[in-house]
Design a protein around this ligand. Structure first.
Ligand SMILES: Cc1cc2nc3c(=O)[nH]c(=O)nc-3n(C[C@H](O)[C@H](O)[C@H](O)COP(=O)(O)O)c2cc1C
Length: 214
C-alpha cells in the first residue's frame, strides 16, 4: 500500500481547472500502429500506475490490475491473438493470422487491463467496480499524455479467449478488459473526435407531476 502524497495538493501557481481542461481535452486515442519508441521508462510507468491507483474505489477493493507484456514476451501475446482468431474462424487465412499476431508487437508499452468482478468482501456491485477500472485506465492515459506520450486502447474478441485468460493468469472472477498501449506518437489524427455538448449529456429532473394535476 502507498500513503497518499501529502504534497499532492493542487498547484498554486497555475489555474488548476485550466491545466486539467487542457490536458483532458487534448488527449486523443492514438492507434497502436502509430505509437513508436521510446516508450515510458520504468519510473514513468510506476508514476502512471500510481495515478491509476488514485481512481475512485467503493469498498477499497482495488478491483482491477494491469499485466505488463514486455517486448521479449510479446510473441506469447501474439500466439494468443492468433489462436483466438483461429478458434473463432478456423478458415482464417495465413495473412489474417499474421495480422492478428502483428497486433501484439505495436506499441512500446502494452498493459492488459484486468477487472475483478467476482465474489469479494465487501460485495461492491460489478458495475461499480467497472467504473473504478475505467477511472483507473483514464487516470493512466492522462498521466501518460501529460508526460508527452500517446495512448490507445484496444480490445476485440481475444479479450475473452481462454488463451488470454491463461496467459494473464486470470482468476475465475477476473475479466480482461482491454490493452492499454503507450508510446511516442509517430502520427496523430489532425482533429480530435467531436465530443458531446453538455446539453446532450445532462437532463434536469423537474418537479414531480401531481396525479390528475395540470
Ligand atoms: C475499453 C475500451 C476498449 C476499446 N477498444 C478499442 C479497439 O479495440 N479499437 C478501437 O479502434 N477503439 C477502441 N476503443 C475506443 C478508443 O479507445 C477511443 O476512445 C475512441 O476511438 C474515441 O477516440 P478518443 O478517445 O480520441 O475520443 C476502446 C475504448 C474503450 C473504452
Amino acid at each position: 500500500m502507498r500513503e497518499p502524497d501529502a504534497a499532492a495538493a493542487l498547484p498554486q501557481d497555475q489555474e488548476p481547472f485550466a491545466v486539467a481542461q487542457a490536458l483532458i481535452e487534448s488527449r486523443q486515442n492514438i492507434s497502436p500502429r502509430h505509437l513508436v519508441e521510446p516508450g515510458p521508462s520504468k519510473e514513468q510507468l510506476d508514476a502512471m500506475l500510481s495515478l491509476a491507483a488514485s481512481a475512485p474505489d467503493h469498498g477499497q477493493l482495488t478491483p482491477w490490475r494491469f499485466v505488463l507484456v514486455p517486448t521479449e514476451q510479446r510473441h506469447r501475446l501474439a500466439e494468443v491473438f492468433a489462436a483466438s482468431l483461429v478458434d473463432r474462424d478456423p478458415g482464417a487465412t495465413e495473412a489474417q493470422v499474421a495480422d492478428a499476431r502483428e497486433k501484439a508487437h505495436r506499441a512500446p508499452l502494452l498493459l492488459v487491463a484486468i477487472a475483478s468482478l467476482g465474489s469479494r468482501e465487501p460485495d461492491t456491485p460489478a458495475l461499480e467496480r467497472m467504473v473504478s477500472m475505467g477511472a483507473a485506465i483514464q487516470n493512466l492515459l492522462l498521466g501518460a499524455h501529460a508526460m508527452g506520450f500517446g495512448t490507445g486502447l484496444t480490445s476485440g474478441r481475444a479479450m475473452t479467449s481462454p488463451h488470454l485468460r491463461r496467459l494473464c493468469g486470470l482468476d475465475d472472477g477476473e475479466v480482461a478488459v482491454c490493452c492499454v498501449n503507450v508510446g511516442t506518437v509517430a502520427k496523430r489524427k489532425v482533429a480530435s473526435r467531436v465530443r458531446p455538448a453538455a446539453t446532450e449529456i445532462l437532463s434536469v429532473l423537474g418537479p414531480e407531476s401531481r396525479p390528475g394535476g395540470a
